[in-house]
Design a protein around this ligand. Structure first.
Ligand code: PAF
Length: 281
């Protein structure tokens, strides 16, 4: 497995793969890899001749008060997992390789980025769109793989690729959960033991919403009010948002249909966790 730290090195390998007619899959990550990332790599290695995993904690998608400095990192264990999954190249650049001191070009998006996580993290998706565009330009993938846990990120990336005519197929992959229901996330490591238990309130609230829909419930306000009341039973939990939105536009809708996204961000202590489900999936 190749470990590349510069754009030039990645380009050299990508160019030779392309010349040999090999397809390329990109799995963009911020490292501290878990089974959710592993599932993206497994799918990518099944579908592409060469898989590139980027491991880069992207500073421009963190707000000034967010956890950039403390974001967990473990490159040794990440690269071992990549090697085990048959990844061809890990791209692990320094921030200075990705962002020149006079860097001033950003990819920004209206509407789809303004609700849900974008409402509480106003510069987040500008950072995500910019880095994902750069990674796509650097690695020229045929396909790129994203987890459904970051449902809004997936919708935003799909929209960016469509709007900017990027020649890459975006593949969304299902949420991977712990056996007790907590969605896998690098940020789960922040949770103290009592918070880890409290965090199960997210999947409980989603379960309550899912059940209402399964029983024929369609009214967004009614479903949201039940879900919020489940979360309110947990003293360590504080709601950032619980919303029901169109699965493509990310705009709130009054009535639930197939493809509707039911999503939440909840603080457990100081840790902000997200989770969601799509109606009909
Ligand atoms: O989902 C993530 O880990 C990040 O937002 C991504 C897509 C790697 C961009 O930094």
């Amino acid at each position: 497995m190749i470990i590349a730290t510069t754009v030039a090195e990645v380009r050299e390998h990508v160019q030779s793969w392309k010349m040999n007619g090999l397809s390329i899959g990109l799995v963009p990550t911020m490292g501290f890899l878990h089974e959710g990332h592993a599932s993206l790599m497994e799918r990518a290695t099944r579908e592409c001749d060469r898989v590139v995993v980027s491991i880069f904690v992207n500073p421009i998608q963190f707000g000034p008060t967010e956890d950039l400095e403390s974001y967990p990192r473990d490159f040794e264990s990440d690269s071992a997992l990549c090697a085990e999954k048959g990844v061809a190249l890990v791209f692990h650049p320094e921030a200075t390789e990705m962002y020149a001191p006079d860097f001033c070009t950003y990819v920004d998006m209206d509407r789809v980025t303004k609700t849900l996580c974008g409402a509480s993290r106003p510069t987040h998706f500008r950072g995500v769109c910019t880095v994902v565009s750069k990674l796509i330009n650097i690695t020229k993938p045929d396909r790129s793989y994203f987890g459904q846990k970051d449902a809004q990120q997936l919708a935003v990336v799909r929209r960016m690729v469509r709007d900017l005519d990027m020649d890459v197929e975006i593949i969304g992959c299902p949420i991977v959960r712990e056996t007790d229901g907590l969605a896998k996330s690098s940020r789960n490591t922040y949770l103290r033991p009592e918070e880890r238990i409290a965090a199960l309130v997210l999947s409980r609230a989603l379960g309550a919403g899912r059940q209402m829909v399964a029983e024929g419930g369609r009214d967004s306000n009614e479903i949201l009010s039940v879900m919020r009341s489940v979360i309110d039973t947990e003293p360590l939990a504080r709601i950032d948002y619980v919303e029901i939105v169109d699965g493509v536009s990310m705009q709130p809708i009054e009535s639930v249909n197939t493809g509707t996204l039911i999503a939440m961000a909840v603080y457990i202590g100081r840790t902000r966790l997200i989770d969601n489900f799509i109606v009909g999936e």
